[in-house]
Design a protein around this ligand. Structure first.
Ligand code: ZN
Length: 65
């Protein structure tokens, strides 16, 4: 309950997907990049950030504009 980030009480996980092997991983929101080692440890594939998991299926989100 201490610290300026106390409002993030729950770990928010975002979904990353490897463009090569389509493997998905969950990582905390503070993670800026993830590498997949499906092509070898010396050839990291940078995973793409997908939409954060939300409750309920939503095809498109309304823009505030
Ligand atoms: Zn991969």
């Amino acid at each position: 309950m201490k610290g300026p980030r106390s409002r993030h009480k729950f770990n928010v996980l975002r979904v990353w997907e490897c463009p090569a092997c389509k493997k998905r991983e969950f990582a905390p929101a503070r993670v800026a990049s993830l590498a997949c080692r499906c092509e070898g440890a010396d050839r990291p594939r940078w995973m793409c950030l997908l939409e954060a998991k939300s409750a309920g299926p939503k095809a498109a989100e309304p823009k505030p504009d």
